[in-house]
Write a protein that binds this ligand. Structure first.
Ligand SMILES: NC(=O)C1=CN([C@@H]2O[C@H](COP(=O)(O)OP(=O)(O)OC[C@H]3O[C@@H](n4cnc5c(N)ncnc54)[C@H](OP(=O)(O)O)[C@@H]3O)[C@@H](O)[C@H]2O)C=CC1
Ligand SMILES: Nc1nc(=O)c2c([nH]1)NC[C@@H]1CN(c3ccc(C(=O)N[C@@H](CCC(=O)O)C(=O)O)cc3)C=[N+]21
Ligand SMILES: [Mg+2]
Length: 286
């Protein structure tokens, strides 16, 4: 029997807690604020940004969307980041990926104040994650949301074999760090990995984040394994599908996240959670 992990339901729970936290902060005169900067007109990005803005507003936060033309220069983007870095009404800054070619993405990531780095991509915050540093700092929302899903379904990574397919800054690397910190034995796979499918079959927890539709099928899954599908891909008919072939995986996996309705809603909910935390932490003296 395969349990379908209901990301929408867990996201609802997380959002309810966020709403409460926003109300508490209001008592202290703080309204959590997020600024999302989007360069160009990538259609998928437009959808995500709209979803984030809607959710933030609904939860009672201050939300700013800054749409910039695809021709924006590195210097212009840096000056807009500097503006939000010194804007006390903004606690979280997110620069939507992908960025046009003239923009140096790592340098943009570095320019965001680590205390306002709502994606958790700044090397300071990534470094803290890797070293399992104590204290408060933002962690990449997609992998963090996945850890929330695992906890909600009583899946403890400790002692388990985890395989993460994908090594991006946004998903694969922070996912591997979180699972390692949670005492899983983690293998990270990527496009140069040999015999990927045999490796996938060793996983008790399999996280797939490649952007390749239906890369993993039921035959590549250990019976009873937990399968987390991060992919947001289009099939031949333009339908939204994941990196895992859901139909063949069902009946083999113990737990599986659907696309849509799995990891995606958790990413947004966790982003809102992180924004509120940044607002809270900004008020703590250190
Ligand atoms: N649901 C959500 O909230 C989110 C969904 N996504 C989705 O997740 C997917 C991955 O996103 P992201 O991490 O940003 O993507 P990237 O393109 O940055 O990274 C993809 C990774 O997959 C690896 N890869 C590519 N092809 C293969 C292959 N054939 N076999 C094994 N590994 C392969 C790449 O290897 P190499 O490093 O060697 O190139 C790379 O490490 C996309 O579909 C994206 O849309 C992303 C973020 C959030
Ligand atoms: N700096 C930055 N941070 C990000 O976190 C970031 C980014 N750039 N660039 C793009 C990816 C992708 N991403 C998603 C967000 C929401 C859904 C989402 O809401 N998905 C829903 C609905 C999908 C739909 O219906 O289209 C679902 O899976 O059910 C998916 C993917 C965040 N990303
Ligand atoms: Mg999903």
């Amino acid at each position: 029997m395969t349990t379908i992990i209901d990301g929408k339901a867990v996201a609802k729970k997380v959002n309810a807690a966020t709403q409460t936290a926003v109300a508490e902060l209001e008592q202290q005169g703080i309204k959590p604020g997020i600024a999302v900067i989007i360069v160009g007109e990538d259609p998928a990005s437009q959808i995500y940004v709209r979803n984030k803005n809607r959710k933030a507003t609904k939860l009672g936060m201050h939300s700013v969307v800054r749409q910039l033309p695809v021709t924006t220069t590195q210097a212009e983007l840096l000056s807009i980041i500097a503006e939000y870095n010194s804007d006390a009404s903004i606690h979280g800054i997110l620069v939507q990926s992908p960025l046009p070619k003239q923009i140096n993405e790592p340098l943009i990531t570095m320019a965001i104040d680590p205390k306002k780095d709502v994606d958790g991509f700044h090397p300071t915050n990534m470094g803290k994650l890797i070293t399992n540093f104590p204290g408060n700092y933002p962690v990449a929302n997609t992998p963090r949301g996945i850890m929330t899903l695992l906890a909600e379904y009583g899946i403890d990574p400790a002692g388990k074999q985890a395989v993460v397919i994908g090594r991006s800054t946004i998903v694969g690397k922070p996912m591997a760090a979180l699972l390692t910190n949670a005492n899983a034995t983690v293998t990270v796979a990527h496009s140069r990995t040999k015999d990927l499918k045999a490796l996938a079959r060793t996983a008790d927890i399999l996280v797939v984040a490649t952007g390749i539709a239906h890369l993993i099928t039921g035959a590549d899954i250990k019976p009873g394994a937990t399968v987390i599908d991060v992919g947001m891909d289009r099939d031949a008919d333009g339908k939204l599908v994941g990196d895992v072939d859901f139909d063949s995986a069902q009946g083999v996996a113990g737990f599986i996240t659907p696309v849509p309705g799995g990891v995606g809603p958790m990413t947004i909910a966790t982003l809102m959670q992180t924004t509120v935390e940044l607002a809270k932490w900004s008020d703590l003296s250190e």
